[in-house]
Design a protein around this ligand. Structure first.
Ligand code: PSU
Ligand code: MN
Length: 334
């Protein structure tokens, strides 16, 4: 008798829960807005590559930022995948943008909020214009059903984090959201050994892609650090993504692609500028979400644009590799 009434209470509870869940789903479908191209590609099982927008708003100056965003989308398309740039616009989480929107984010005519997981609900509910970081873009990609994402570099553990606790939300996101992030490793504005340690703690596999097992350091192919895994072909990475999905791990992975050799020469000069910029940011007390944009801007100034040229080249290369991985993954699912 008691068991029976207990079951009755349980089913009344689950009825409410089901109603709450389905209204949450309805609310999500009005918040999450996929472009027609992205919707069709996903429905047809075709490859899609997610792209972030903070790199446009805060990672590069105008007009190179908008030109790069367009070129990266063109590279993804040329490699048979559909580009899906993510941003928060007019209270909606948009996956797949048009050209006017890329310009809106990059031109600097209106304020754009750098949006990581922490900021997503505020930006949506306040209906301000938001550009997504790696963490924000991973969330959107996962909600949309996209498993591959290309960018320049991920955030990481900042130098001096033992005092400031400045650890990018990208790293915890990688631990909890099943999206593979194709990048050129992490910048030397960060503490790279601690970044790798933290990723290990979060259960995030780091794959050095075609780099002899070495973790690349963004402007340079060489960090002197070993990545835990080394793969050399898109099919190998796609198979690893598939295994992770089949296990239901619900965590992401880092696919670290070295900067193309012809753009790596300026590496040493850029590293010197990085050291100067990190010193300046400490002296000025730059903290929180301002830190990465400040360092990127100063390094570009100090190298008279050489860092920007390298940055653009590696982003394009990552977009190409990500498209090949997405293509391989789509073929495996067919
Ligand atoms: N690294 C770059 N370029 C960038 C970023 C990182 O080389 O544009 C951006 C990305 O959007 C990344 C974010 O997700 O900075 C990390 O910021 P933070 O360190 O505040 O978590
Ligand atoms: Mn930070």
């Amino acid at each position: 008798m008691r068991a029976f009434s207990g079951a009755g209470r349980l089913s009344a509870f689950s009825g409410r829960r089901v109603r709450r869940l389905s209204s949450t789903r309805r609310a999500l479908s009005s918040l999450l807005c996929l472009s027609q191209q992205v919707k069709e590609a996903l429905a047809n099982g075709e490859p899609v590559v997610a792209l972030e927008s903070t790199i446009i708003s805060h990672g590069m100056p105008y007009p190179q930022n908008v030109e790069t965003a367009r070129e990266v989308e063109a590279i993804v398309s040329a490699h048979g995948a559909t580009p899906a740039t993510v941003a928060l616009i007019d209270g909606r989480l948009r996956v797949g943008l048009g050209d006017e929107e890329l310009v809106r984010i990059g031109r600097g005519a209106e304020p754009v909020t750098k949006t990581s997981r922490r900021d997503m609900a505020a930006v949506l509910s306040q209906r301000v214009l938001g550009a997504t970081t790696v963490s924000g873009t991973m969330i959107a990609a996962h909600l949309a059903g996209i498993r591959i994402f290309a960018t320049g570099g991920i955030g990481g553990v900042h130098r001096g984090a033992e005092a400031t606790l400045d650890v990018s939300a990208d790293l915890t996101e990688l631990g909890r959201t099943p999206v593979a992030v194709v990048c050129a490793g992490a910048k030397a504005i960060l503490d790279l050994p601690k970044t790798l340690e933290y990723l290990e703690t979060q259960g995030v596999p780091v794959v050095a892609y075609g780099n002899g097992g070495e973790f690349p350091a963004f402007y340079s192919a060489h960090s002197g650090l070993r990545a835990p895994w080394c793969l050399d072909t898109p099919a190998q990475v796609a198979q690893m993504v598939k295994s992770s999905t089949e296990l239901g791990l619900q965590s992401g992975m880092v696919v670290a692609v070295p900067i193309p050799a012809e753009h790596a020469q300026a590496g040493a000069e850029i590293e010197r500028a990085v050291d100067i910029a990190v010193g300046e940011s400490n002296a000025r007390g730059v903290t929180g979400k301002e830190c990465t944009p400040f360092l990127l801007r100063r390094v570009a100034e100090l190298t008279q644009g050489a860092s920007l040229v390298a940055n653009i080249a590696l982003v394009k290369n990552n977009a190409r590799v990500a498209s090949q991985i997405a293509g391989s993954l789509a073929a495996m699912d067919r």
